[in-house]
Every structure is written in C-alpha cells, then in structure tokens.
Design a protein around this ligand. Structure first.
Ligand code: BGC
Length: 272
C-alpha cells in the first residue's frame, strides 16, 4: 500500500512519457521516476539523449526503458504500448507530451507544416490515449497501487487559450488538445480513469530557445510573464507528478496552467 507514501507517491506504478528525451518530457520522466514510477522514455530521434536519461534514472535506482516511435503513426504507437505491456504487464500513467512547432505566417504556411503539427501534437495524443485507455479499462483499479484505474496527462500550452500570430498550426493543435482532454475525461471517468492537462507557458527548452537565448530576448519575454521569471522544465514536472498521484484523486478534466501568470493578460496591469 504505497498510495500514502508522500515522498514516492508513484511507487510501483508504470508510466509512458512521449517525447521524453529532451525538454519538458525529459524532466517529467525524471520526476515520475524520482516519485517511484518505472518509465518508458519515448523518442523519435536522438536515441543518445533517451539512453542518457535512462542511465541517469537507473543510476538513482530507478527503472527506465527507451522506445523509438513516431506518435503520429498508429503502427508505431501500438508497438510501443505492446513493448510497455510486455515489459511491465500493465501501465498506470500516460504523459502525452510529444509536440513540435513549425512556425510561419499564415500566408506562408505550407499544408505539410500544418498537417505535421496537427498529426504529432493532436493525433499523436489521440493515438496514445486510446492505447492507454484500453489497458486502463481492461485492468481496472488495482487496490494498493492507486485509487484510479489510470491517469492520462495531456501536455497542452498557454496557446490553448492565447491566440498566437504566426503559429496557427500550433495554437490550433493545442486548442484541440484542450477539448480532446476534456472529452476523454468525461468519457473515461466512469472507468475511474483521470484525464488532465498541463498548459506550460514559456519554459526554457530547445523548442523556444530563440525567445530567451539573449538577455534582450529574455527581457522582452519577461514582459509577458507577471511572475518575473522564465519557467524551468522542473516546474512542469512537479505538476505532472501531482496530477499522476492520488494527491489529485478528485481532479479530472482540469488544465493546470504552469505559466508564471502568462494567461493573466499582463498588458492589462495598467491598461484597460
Ligand atoms: C511554446 C513556446 C512558447 C510558450 C509561450 C509554448 O507552448 O512551445 O515556444 O515560448 O508556449 O509562448
């Protein structure tokens, strides 16, 4: 009975994190492992980074496996979930994290870039959630492990709410994630499966390095963040651990904005 273990609230649970070799996904995988979960580190390219993270987790007596799969490909997603189930027998947590940006003004945006972003950021979350939910429903609640039959965490963005010129594909994909998450939460609650979202703001990762790489850029970015600092991946990882644990057992269908207040319309601090 480890559901009361506050230091390692995920002891014995098994988690699959997509896009986990870098950035927010890597921090989430590390955080879940530190909380006691075994983790599958999914990546699509950059095996060395995935292996490096697995090594780091193992060095701290954690358990990690790596698996290459493109989350937008049904066959590869199925193979990944089969691998997790073959290794561990079941699964308790899915973190739908994999995502990318292909930015361009609308008039210059190619159909290919539109489709790739929607496929990875939105269809990928659907494909992974479907496989995870099948296993969670099949297995049901395992007393002593968790109060829920399974937890799905969908990585969204402040841009599921804040329109973002020059990023129509990305903002549309995250708006889609928002309603996908809420709909799945409604549909799966009867099975004791919890589905929640995390909407990070500006977090220092490779995806937005251009927004904070120089002091001038960072100063410009800070004008959008009332709390006065750019976020770290660990800020998001802590929210993921909480949402995956029984500490949030009565929370489903919610999006936690981890954004230093970016969604508080800082332009209205003095205007309006
Ligand atoms: C994007 C980042 C951006 C942040 C805040 C995230 O979803 O991926 O590039 O810095 O939102 O605008």
């Amino acid at each position: 009975m480890n559901t009361q273990n506050r230091k390692r609230p995920l002891e014995g649970q098994r988690a699959l994190v997509t896009g986990a070799n870098t950035g927010i996904g890597a921090a989430v995988a590390e955080g879940l492992a530190a909380a006691g979960a075994k983790v599958l580190i999914n990546y699509v390219s950059g095996r060395d980074k995935a292996e490096g993270l697995a090594g780091l987790i193992r060095a701290k007596d954690g358990e990690a496996i790596v698996f290459e799969a493109d989350v937008s490909r049904e066959d590869q997603v199925r193979a990944m979930f089969e691998a997790a189930l073959d290794t561990w027998g079941s699964l308790d947590i899915l973190v739908n994290n994999a995502g990318l940006q292909k930015d361009a003004p609308l008039v210059d945006m190619s159909l290919g870039d539109w489709e790739q972003v929607i496929r990875v950021n939105l269809t990928g979350q659907f494909l992974c959630a479907r496989e995870a939910a099948k296993e969670f429903v099949r297995r049901g609640v395992q007393p002593g492990l968790s109060h829920s039959a399974g937890k799905i965490i969908c990585m969204s963005s402040v841009h599921d709410t804040i329109p973002w010129a020059g990023h129509a594909n990305y903002a549309a994909s995250k708006g889609g994630v928002h309603m996908l998450m809420k709909t799945l939460a409604q549909e799966l609650a009867m099975h004791k499966i919890r589905v929640n979202g995390i909407a990070p703001g500006a977090i220092k990762t490779p995806i937005n390095v251009n927004a904070w790489a120089t002091p001038e850029k960072e100063a410009q970015l800070l004008e959008l963040i009332p709390y006065g600092r750019v976020g770290y991946s660990e800020d998001v990882a802590k929210a993921a651990v909480w949402l995956a644990s029984d500490e949030s057992d009565y929370v489903t269908g919610a999006t936690l904005y981890v954004d230093g207040g970016m969604t508080l319309y800082p332009g209205f601090e003095s205007g309006g």
